[in-house]
Design a binder for this molecule. Structure first.
Ligand code: SF4
Length: 745
């Protein structure tokens, strides 16, 4: 007999969608999506094409079937089948050996986003390690490092967004490096469409004519990567010169805009207006100046500036693509500056800039034990912590929680993630570090497939898909619902969910009772987490009702406008900064005394592998990546069927292609000092001159000369961190492209 079961996607796409799976005799025979949880005028929770292909992706023959141990050299991909008993024993022995020899801080759980349910492999592993003496933790993420760190220097918080329902109150929306049509990014696209229906003009600024620019924008402005701050500086120049700025707002709420509103003790000439007027460098930040840097014509910049300053209210919304640059912190702070200049902070239809996080519903919390080991690294520097962890410092490397680290990383647990090789920058460098078995001595991976990362495991465990265990999921910050992943089928082959086998590890360590909170089943754990949330979110139904309905959509949703209280009543609600004001000039940044890299005011900083880098003589093209609708990061790459949504190709402007004798469909090699990728060229006007790009997330696959034929952009990205956040500048890369084979040859 057929039975329909409700479950949900748990990918890291920002959305969460309801999936209905039809099961017969223990197998899924079809899947569909479901509309009933959301009402007609609400964001539909229906699946995208990836979701409708979940069975092809997750239940394919390519699944890992049993535990294995490495038999060849690390990374060679040679493994031997072992039993779960042997796998657990090996893990426990190494876990203890490494703790005793190098200390708890030598154990690291890698960043992973293959499972974004509340019960995630990495969270559970960290919990167990914390109970067992501790582990080296990280802060930041690969998504938003620069904006998370830089936004609070202006506002004192990263919660700077408004409820998306308020977008339709805007008179103009400018999306800068923001592409929700392809990334999903929660409910953003749906609300933009609502705003458009309400007559709001939308402008997309992006080096690429993205799906967002194509489907929702009235105008596309192509810009060179990493130059947003120069564009904003020139807009600010026009707005200031034409007296279109909101002087009253700036005088009342901000520090550092002009010389009359500077913190005490700062020499003259350091304000933002002085910078615009070239007080120290002799350069007026005119549209003509910015045209040279951004590639956007001076006329267009002037028009954009006037349009933005005159539209009341207006939302200049920066996506997170803009901050994954070598000067990402600057573009973040620039987006806050332009909002302040025009008084678009704290108002419906405006947008304060920066990270754009909103205060929404309470989050379900995995009850992680306190980590006794205090030191933390910026997540992007984990490869450095393998070979020079003990030399890393707070000043240079962003270590927090302690002055330094006791040990280099000696053990890595990489659970449901492809960051070990594929998704981290500079793949060839990472491979070299991981191959040296004297550095990191033990690596455990749990995955569904033999990914580029899984090949580097010493013990490789078959994980479960979203169909094979229960979980609770929630969307990224803008969503107002929770979904329940009902279990649809039993785990395939010998696959086990992390909670299952980590309990065995805990038992061997004598920590079973603590780890499982008295022997809780997975469902028992989920119920505990849900009931804890219900104390804070009293509107939620009973756990059994939540499960049987496959989720819950909140009815009581408060509209959130960032800083509305501060604007209405600044005396009683100062900004949470050291001065209580919006800090256009940040004394904290000034005191770092690194004005060339980390200036105290938001301004354009030419940075490494950007338009101003001397390396451009050798590698004249800027390379960017994007989130493709064909994958969620690297998930689904193994599903060939989804290639029809978007093929893995290098986008190159017709002008650049012509100069290199390249035609659409030719095979080319993209290269720099870090590596080479063989890929098919897509010659197009939809990416600007001087810029090439490819979707991120394709799986690395080297040919016998070490050239990647999978199209993994991280073969070419740099591992050098950004100056302040120590974040990943994954869109700041200089490359050259050359023809390899003509189409059809
Ligand atoms: S990939 Fe994301 S948007 Fe697509 S169905 Fe899954 S959860 Fe929904």
């Amino acid at each position: 007999m057929e039975k329909w079961i409700l479950t949900s996607g748990i990918n890291n796409c920002g959305g969460r969608c309801v999936i209905k799976a039809c099961v017969k005799d223990g197998d899924i025979v079809k899947i569909a999506t479901e509309k009933s949880i959301a009402k007609e005028n609400q964001v539909p929770l229906t699946a995208c094409p990836r979701g409708m292909n979940y069975t092809e992706t997750f239940l394919s023959d390519k699944r890992l079937k049993y535990p294995m141990k490495r038999v060849g050299k690390r990374g060679e991909g040679k493994f031997k089948r072992i039993s779960w008993d042997e796998a657990i024993k090996t893990i426990v022995n190494e876990w203890i050996r490494i703790r005793e020899k190098y200390g708890p801080g030598s154990r690291y759980v890698n960043y992973a986003t293959g499972n974004m349910g509340i019960m995630r492999g990495y969270a559970m592993a960290k919990h167990l390690l914390a109970l067992d003496g501790g582990f080296l933790d990280y802060y930041n993420s690969y998504s938003d490092a620069c904006t998370t760190i830089a936004t609070p220097y202006t506002y004192g918080t990263e919660i700077t967004g408004n409820s998306l329902t308020e977008l339709k109150e805007s008179s103009l929306i400018i999306l800068c490096g923001h592409n929700p049509a392809e990334t999903r990014f929660g409910d953003f696209l749906w609300h933009l469409k609502e705003a458009k229906k309400a007559g709001v003009k939308i402008i997309a600024i992006d080096p690429r004519f993205s799906d967002t620019a194509k489907t929702i924008a009235d105008e596309w402005i192509g810009i060179r990567p990493g130059t947003d701050s120069a564009l904003i500086d020139a807009m600010a120049y026009v707005i200031y010169e034409k007296s279109l700025h909101d002087k009253e707002f700036l005088d009342k709420f901000c520090i550092g805009f002009d010389e009359e509103h500077m913190p005490e003790g700062i020499k003259s000439g350091e304000s933002y207006v002085s910078y615009l007027k070239g007080k120290n460098d002799g350069i007026l930040k005119t549209p003509k100046w910015a045209e040279e840097i951004t590639g956007v014509s001076a006329e267009k910049i002037e028009k954009l500036a006037k349009e933005y300053a005159s539209a009341k209210p207006a939302a200049f919304i920066q996506g997170w693509g803009s901050q994954r640059h070598s000067n990402g912190e600057q573009s973040v702070r620039s987006s806050t500056l332009i909002a302040c200049m025009t008084g678009n902070v704290g108002v419906a239809g405006g947008w304060a800039g920066g990270k754009g996080e909103v205060k929404g519903h309470e989050k379900p919390k995995f009850p992680q034990a306190k980590n006794p080991y205090q030191g933390k690294i910026p997540v992007f520097l984990w490869t450095d912590a393998i070979f020079r962890g003990t030399e890393m410092t707070s000043d240079e490397d962003g270590i927090i929680g302690s002055a330094g680290l006791d040990s280099n990383i000696k053990m890595i647990l990489n659970l449901a993630g492809n960051m070990l090789v594929n998704q981290h920058s500079d793949v060839n460098r990472t491979i070299k570090i991981l191959k040296d078995e004297s550095l990191c001595e033990f690596i455990v991976c749990s995955d569904l497939f033999m990914t580029p990362s899984a090949k580097f495991a010493d013990i490789l465990l078959p994980g479960t898909s979203m169909f094979e265990n229960e979980n609770i999921t929630r969307p990224w910050m803008y969503g107002d619902f929770l979904l329940y992943n009902n279990k649809v089928i039993d785990p395939l082959h010998e696959s086990r969910f992390e909670y299952d086998w980590l309990r065995d590890v805990a038992r061997e360590l004598g920590l079973f009772e603590k780890f499982s909170m008295g022997g809780k089943s997975l469902r028992g754990y989920l119920e505990y987490i849900y009931e804890d949330l219900r104390i804070r979110e009293t509107e939620l139904p009973s756990f059994s009702s939540f499960m049987s309905n496959g989720g819950y959509k909140y009815k009581n949703n408060k509209t959130y406008i960032a800083f509305s209280k501060q604007i209405e009543d600044p005396i009683n609600y100062p900004f949470p900064t050291p001065t209580g004001k919006i800090e256009i000039f940040s004394k904290r940044l000034y005191d770092m005394e690194k004005p060339d890299e980390i200036p105290a005011i938001p301004k354009y900083v030419p940075s490494f592998e950007g338009v101003g880098d001397n390396k451009k003589e050798k590698y004249p093209l800027q390379l960017i990546g994007w989130h493709t609708k064909r994958r969620t990061h690297s998930t689904h790459d193994s599903n060939e069927k989804l290639s029809s949504l978007e093929a893995q190709k290098l986008w190159i402007n017709s002008f650049d292609a012509r100069q290199r004798g390249i035609f659409d469909g030719d095979e080319v090699e993209v290269y720099n000092d870090r590596g080479r990728i063989k890929i098919i060229a897509h010659v197009t006007q939809k990416i600007i001159k001087g810029v090439v790009g490819m979707p991120q997330g394709a799986w690395y696959e080297a040919d016998d000369k070490g050239c990647d034929k999978g199209g993994s952009i991280n073969v070419l990205t740099t591992s050098k961190p950004t100056p302040l956040a120590k974040g990943n500048p994954q869109h700041s890369n200089l490359v050259e492209v050359q023809l390899q084979n003509k189409k059809g040859c």
